[in-house]
Design a protein around this ligand. Sequence first.
Ligand code: ADP
Ligand code: MG
Length: 695
Amino acid sequence: MPATNKTLPPTKAKPTAAGKLAASLAKLGLHSPMDMVLHLPMRYVDETQIMSMQQAALLGGRMLQVEGVVTECDVQYRPRRQLVVTIADDAGQMVLRFVNFYGSQITQLAVGTRVRARAEIRHGFFGSEMVHPDYKIVNQSTPLPTQLTPVYPSGTGVSQASLRREIHTAMQHIDWHDTLSDNLRSQYGLLEFEAAVKCLHHPPADVDESSLEDRSHDAWRRMKFDELLAQQLSLQRAQAARRSKSAPSLDCVGQLSERFLQQLPFALTSAQQRVLAEIRRDIAAPHPMQRLLQGDVGCGKTIIAALAAAQAIDSGYQAALMAPTEILADQHFRKIAGWLEPLGIGVVWLTGSLKKKEKQAAREQILSGQAQLIIGTHALIQEDVQFARLGLVLIDEQHRFGVDQRLTLRNKGNHHQLVPHQLMMTATPIPRTLAMTYYADLEISVIDELPPGRTPIMTRVIDQERRGEVIERVGAATAEGRQAYWVCPLIEESEALQLQTATDTCAMLQQALPHLQVGLVHGRMKPAEKQAIMADFIAGHTQLLVATTVIEVGVDVPNASLMVIEHAERFGLSQLHQLRGRVGRGTAASVCLLMYQGPLGGVAKQRLMTMRASTDGFEIARKDLEIRGPGEFLGARQAGQAMLRFADLETDQELVDQARALAQALLAHTLPDSENIVSAHLQRWMNHREEYLKV
Ligand code: ADP
Ligand code: MG
């Protein structure tokens, strides 16, 4: 490729080209002029200085810019075909070497042309040289930029040159007024908005570059503050809006709840009792609860959900539990119906795989109110499902659902203007800082204790060359009456291949362990088939369950004590943690064997080491955040929309606190002109993104 940073001659853009550019910009999230202006550089290059070649020759290994006239331009074979251009200034010369080049560059760089080139200087066999420099053709009077040149985050179809041009144009068209008054700016020590933005796009040549790089410069500080303020404002507003809504008051802890608790085969842990009390108090109030129940895999969230449902039913309302997969919904159904049906409660199952007639019957029961607890998958949020009196929405593995889906289910309950309470469950712990900024409108309950009698899972990382030993372990565990899972490798490229591998693995294991009953479950099976296979495993008819990752979430078979994961290096941390959490649910000592195929890359190694070192979901989530960044925790849809672009929750904690405090003051109207400030600021920074913060 020729140089990327030379200015393109102004071409009369064809409509298609302009359309293409707009589409590429849209992919970067750039729609309006303000979006363009807030698209800030990720780094800069310094093109403000020209160094003499003599001096440059002394400074190897640094990015430098030189300017000279071409004295030679040859295609050489030494040994590869390359373009070798020599340029000279008053006192020295420099070789520009291009291993890949276009024919047009030979004419472009003809002898006598003046070239400004920028690259790291190397001292090669031919003297000082630049390999693939950024360069442009200039004449003697072409001015040097007086400012650092910005380099923007980019994507395919958008060159730096076009980004610079579009941003420059956008700057002429936006409203620059400062959303924060002089007073507020001086109180928080903030630069003016316009000055900050302009400084970031075009920093003066004498700027402290390291402060731009690590984003500690005052201009960055202003951007981060604005961004955080917008986020805090919209979260706090959403919270206030929720508090102003009415919900049915589910305040009857009656017969059902009590009999249910009495007949439980175990006592609740003190953590379970605590969160149950929190939930009971909240749903008894006449405003919608929005609570996240967070707790490591196996800590016992399901029973808490069921007890909350019992309170809703006692209070004369319906509860709905939505799970992300049929297997999980089925398991919840069996378990909870097993608890509640003997107490005379109508529990109904609704998933996409039901026959038309069955679905119809389920829908009728839901509409009539005969169904008091409804358990299912996404089928619950279909248009034709109508509830009689939905008072409580329970969502398992909440991060598996999009914001829209959760919202749809909640809206199903709009019964006499009442919004149902919502309890979401997750085993993916959300770090405190994230929770405080993204989930300001969410109360959080944490179960930080496992039921008694569990022995910690021992995790081993094993090269897959030692598969024979692993198979022996399976044989030994099942000989002791235990059960085992064997998770087949994740093959992202092809579902067909994944299926093939699972089938082969199953056959291989059956052959190696002929006396075992081996089951196979995979994503391509019909739900009924899956359920039958799972039911066999739960009942202990099969001892070994070969599975693709369909068993990832929620499956609960306490007698299973061995988990084998093939190609563990392909899985993410939270996925591994979820998978491992399928064992260690009973009293037997459990083992998780992570088989890998070497050589391991750095990140994969880090992950497997983390898994070996810790069984603590919080610790693992913290590591995961370190390795992957916060996007994963927020659910796919939220991530893209509401992500902080500039502020960093770890390092900018102080700014987060300040922004939160100011947002509070503004929304309480304790500051002059609060209302205008809030609307102008949100308008500038949130645009249409606000919806996403509300659920
Ligand atoms: P998760 O929080 O991962 O969804 P589950 O709700 O599936 O966990 O519970 C895991 C297992 O622990 C289940 O078999 C459940 O019946 C059992 N369990 C839950 N609470 C207790 C308790 N207090 N004492 C003993 N076992 C419990
Ligand atoms: Mg669960």
